[in-house]
Design a protein around this ligand. Structure first.
Ligand code: NAP
Length: 299
């Protein structure tokens, strides 16, 4: 029987821990975790994500602040806002929603966030700590951290002897995911657009992680029987069966055909997606606890 990994349920238990940690911090130190989310422009998907993050931050008992900047915001104005949030002691986490409008360069903006407030885990200091094997003192990129929590649900903390394949090598996901799997003792391969015969590599993987952005690319014949399949992809595709002009979300894994072969698999939606936002909340309460010199929760 295939285990369907319920990301919503696991995320809800992370959120319960976050709430308890936030309450404990406020009682002990009088500090409320502060999360500032910055959004530039009018992209509807980005606004939906930012809205969800703000609502969740409030639900966790945080001080939730949203800065909505117009499409034509200059690089200087955006950098100035980040600098003011860096200086604001009531803000412990800063997230700049990506992608930014085309005329803005996201890299200098992300790198200008203080590493200790970089709750998205994208600053080179935080990326470098993962690369150096330090998973304790920095902030982990949210989606890989959340995916690891799901892997742990199936395999526990120690992945010794297991082969893992990560398809995708982005700084946002593929690279940190590979490093987290490595830190957990998995034997890790990273595939990308220049890799030859990914299917053969996949068939050798006990843990198969797909983060490409190509709808249902991973087929049943790629999956090692009994493998754990983590589908990070979010792709909107036409769904004429739901009515004319309708669409639906699918992952990078052809779920219906892969699920019977896998030992455990994440659905899309309802798998990795809910974990990303939960780990953002976790990072914010971690950052606030560190700043206040309070016990730092682990997730
Ligand atoms: P990205 O920056 O576009 O990276 C995609 C990666 O896939 C690249 O490394 C690329 O290789 C590789 N790739 C592209 N075509 C390929 C092919 N035919 N075969 C093998 N590899 C291929 O994307 P990302 O930010 O990592 O995100 C990947 C997916 O995850 C997207 O669908 C995104 O929406 C989703 N995502 C979901 C969450 C969540 O919360 N669930 C969070 C983040 C991302 P090269 O490096 O060689 O170009």
């Amino acid at each position: 029987m295939t285990t369907v990994i319920d990301g919503k349920k696991v995320a809800a238990s992370v959120i319960d821990k976050v709430k308890a940690a936030a309450q404990g911090l406020e009682e002990a130190k009088g500090v409320k975790p502060g999360l500032a989310v910055v959004i530039v422009g009018n992209d509807p998907a980005s606004h939906a994500y930012v809205g969800a993050k703000g609502r969740m931050a409030k639900e966790c008992g945080f001080n939730s602040v949203q800065h909505t900047l117009p499409e034509e915001t200059s690089q200087e104005d955006l950098m100035r806002l980040v600098a003011s949030l860096n200086d604001d002691p009531s803000i412990h986490g800063i997230l700049v929603q990506l992608p930014l409008p085309k005329h803005l360069d996201s890299e200098p903006v992300i790198q200008s966030i203080l590493p200790e407030k970089d709750v998205d885990g994208l600053h080179v200091v935080n990326a470098g700590k993962i690369a150096a094997g330090d998973l304790e003192t920095g902030l982990l990129s949210c989606t890989p951290a959340g995916s690891m929590v799901l892997v742990r649900e199936i395999h526990g903390k120690d992945l010794s002897g297991l082969n893992a394949l990560v398809i995708g090598r982005s700084n946002l996901f593929g690279k940190p995911m590979a490093l987290l799997l490595l830190a957990a003792n998995a034997t890790v391969t990273v595939a990308h657009s220049k890799t030859k015969d990914i299917a053969a590599l996949a068939r050798n993987a006990d843990i198969l992680v797909a983060a490409v952005g190509r709808a249902e690319m991973v087929k049943a014949g790629w999956v090692k029987p009994g493998a754990t399949v983590i589908d990070v992809g979010i792709n909107r595709v036409p769904a004429p069966e739901k009515g004319e002009g309708k669409s639906k979300l699918v992952g990078d894994v052809a779920y219906a055909e892969c699920a019977p072969v896998a030992g455990a698999i994440t659905p899309v939606p309802g798998g990795v997606g809910p974990m990303t936002i939960a780990m953002l909340m976790a990072n914010t309460v971690i950052a606030a606890s560190r700043k206040a010199g309070h016990t730092v929760p682990s997730f």
